[in-house]
Design a protein around this ligand. Structure first.
Ligand SMILES: *Cc1c(COP(=O)(O)O)cnc(C)c1O
Length: 399
């Protein structure tokens, strides 16, 4: 039996049938069970910052695991403390503190609990937001298909249209604990707000005495060409930042980082985790940060990101290209994004659709110019095949 057939018989069907069974990867390339090679423009959903099997991560994880693999939070380890110090230095938060967990949703869960310690219980989030699937993070996630089967969700959360300052002003008062936003909405399809929005949102939060919390789970750790996407916007300095995806380069880790008064809201007994801050995961994250710095990857992300944006803009059928660095959305002139993902797979490229007419590109930060050239050369035929497939299934459903 194939891996995919065994999957169906053994793994809960929460994701639908897997498109492929993958067996190995190197850099921005992966191979499936039949030995077919793909250029990976999804990177495990913006996770594999250094691509697959990067020697720096392999070395860091192997060395740490063969020295000290796990100790629990009854004890401190060098990698955990070094990673916390490193994140605070990158943020420039001398008075900051870090809580480590194992995923994006957990990073947000910790942040949500932290906001409760302000004595306020209301939160304001944005329409189109995605903050994770555990109950607290889900309460902050706007998509009704994700929420409704699990209501009632905890908390008192108001949703306002993204990129609408007036709506925020109307929703935020002195009963609000925090305003939570993604600097660029990832799961919504790489939605970028107007230049002044984040700074204005921060001001609205400050004026009401609420915390300003940016979910950088997808945008953080070099994805947009800066360490954190909020650095791309003048005057934005959140009180809380949540990180995960790219941080561990494929090893699960999440981080909740707070500064100033917010950094001491969680006190002994308020929150906990068995695995969070595990030295192996922290060593992997340190290797990611070291490599981004040593290899000049922020600059590479900006260059490759420009190349990617250009090649997408040049495609017939692409009507809008959004994003920054290596986080890009492409709006198609019709609902054939799902067919494009399938056609790309046939052509040896792993793409991702966030909606019927929207593609998202979040490749490894180490993707080469040659790989992007290959994508540019292959896309016209991929999009053509997708249009044809969509038209055919359209006639079939009409018949
Ligand atoms: C992916 C994502 C999450 C959830 O991360 P998980 O590791 O899947 O729990 C939260 N926030 C944002 C912005 C994300 O993109």
């Amino acid at each position: 039996m194939s891996i995919q057939e065994r999957y169906t018989g053994a793994v809960m069907n929460t994701f639908g049938p897997p498109a492929l069974a993958l067996t190995r990867g190197k850099g921005a390339h992966v191979w499936d069970a039949d030995g077919k090679e793909y250029v990976d423009l999804l990177a495990g959903i913006a996770v594999n910052a250094l691509g697959h099997a990067h020697p720096a991560i392999v070395e860091a994880v192997t060395t740490q695991l063969s020295t000290l693999g796990h100790v629990s939070n009854f004890f401190a380890t060098e990698p955990q403390v070094a990673l916390a110090e490193r994140l605070l230095a990158l943020l420039g938060w001398a008075d900051g503190r870090v809580f480590f967990s194992n995923s994006g949703t957990e990073a947000n869960e910790a942040a949500l609990k932290l906001t409760r310690r302000t004595g306020r219980t209301r939160l304001v989030a944005a329409e189109g937001s995605f903050h994770g699937r555990t109950m607290g993070a889900l309460a902050l996630t706007s998509k009704s298909a994700y929420r409704e089967p699990f209501e009632p969700l905890p908390g008192e959360v108001s949703f306002v249209p993204y990129d609408d300052v007036a709506a925020l002003e109307a929703a935020v008062d002195d009963t609000v604990a925090a305003v939570v936003l993604e600097p660029v909405q990832g799961e919504a399809g790489v939605v970028v707000p107007s230049p002044g929005y984040l700074a204005a949102a921060q001001q609205v939060a400050r004026d009401a005495g609420a915390l300003f919390w940016l979910d950088e789970v997808q945008t953080g750790i070099g994805r947009t060409g800066a360490w954190f996407a909020h650095e791309l916007v003048e005057g934005v300095e959140p009180d809380l930042v949540t990180l995960a995806k790219g941080l561990g380069g494929g090893i699960p880790i999440g981080a909740t980082v707070a500064r100033g008064a917010a950094a001491t809201l969680l006190q002994p007994g308020n929150h906990g985790t068995t695995f969070g801050g595990n030295p192996v995961a922290c060593a992997a994250a340190l290797a990611v940060l070291d490599t981004i710095e040593a290899d000049g990857l922020l600059e590479a992300v900006r260059d490759r990101g420009d190349q990617l944006a250009r090649l997408l803009t040049d495609q017939t059928g692409v009507v809008d290209v959004t994003g920054a660095g290596l986080m890009r959305g492409a709006e198609l002139d019709g609902p054939y994004a799902v067919e494009a993902v399938a056609a790309a797979r046939d052509a040896g490229f792993i793409l991702n659709a966030t909606g019927p007419s929207r593609l998202r590109f979040v490749p490894p930060l180490v993707i080469t110019s040659a790989d992007l050239d290959a994508l540019g050369a292959a896309l016209p035929a991929i999009l053509d095949a997708a249009r044809t497939a969509a038209a055919r299934s359209d006639t079939e459903t009409t018949r």
